[in-house]
Structure formats: C-alpha cells, structure tokens
Ligand binder design. Structure first.
Ligand SMILES: [Zn+2]
Length: 86
C-alpha cells in the first residue's frame, strides 16, 4: 500500500494517507477542509549536505615498507645451540 503525502495549501497541514492506486486522491484538508495537493516524496532520494563524498583524509599514516626485501620464506639460520660433537 503506497503512502501518499498531502500538503494543504491553505493551512499548511501535511499528512500522509495510505491509499491504493485505485483510490481517488484526497482533495480536501481534514483540518480546514481546504484544498490539498499531493506531495511526491522525493525527499528520500535527494542527498544534500556535506559528508556524502569522502575526501582523501583516509590515508595510511605509516608508510608501507616494501615487503619484497623481507620474503616470508626467509631461510632461517640453523640453530647452532645443539652441537652434535661432544
Ligand atoms: Zn488545511
């Protein structure tokens, strides 16, 4: 069931009405019986204000050291703490 939003041209009263597509649109304000007009809710689509676009403020503070200099499979030196000779 779509929600239609109306705004009164006389008193400025705004209200929402659940209506089906087959139902007729409201024409009178429930408050002052004035003329109302249907407001198409484009509010949720428009993005205004700041903060929508991210600036380049998110940068890595620590410079990455090239990992190529330290290969992960570096050959570890053999432990010489256990001499086989007596
Ligand atoms: Zn009204």
């Amino acid at each position: 069931m779509p929600t239609y939003q109306y705004a009164c041209a006389d008193c400025g009263h705004q209200f929402e009405v659940f209506q089906s597509f087959s139902e007729a649109s409201l024409t009178t304000c429930p408050e002052c019986k004035g003329e109302v007009r249907k407001v198409y809710s484009a509010v949720g689509v428009v993005f205004k204000g700041s903060g929508f676009y991210k600036t380049d403020s998110v940068k890595s503070k620590t410079p990455e050291t090239p990992a190529a200099t330290t290969p992960a499979a570096a050959p570890a030196p053999a432990p010489s703490s256990a001499p086989s000779a007596e």
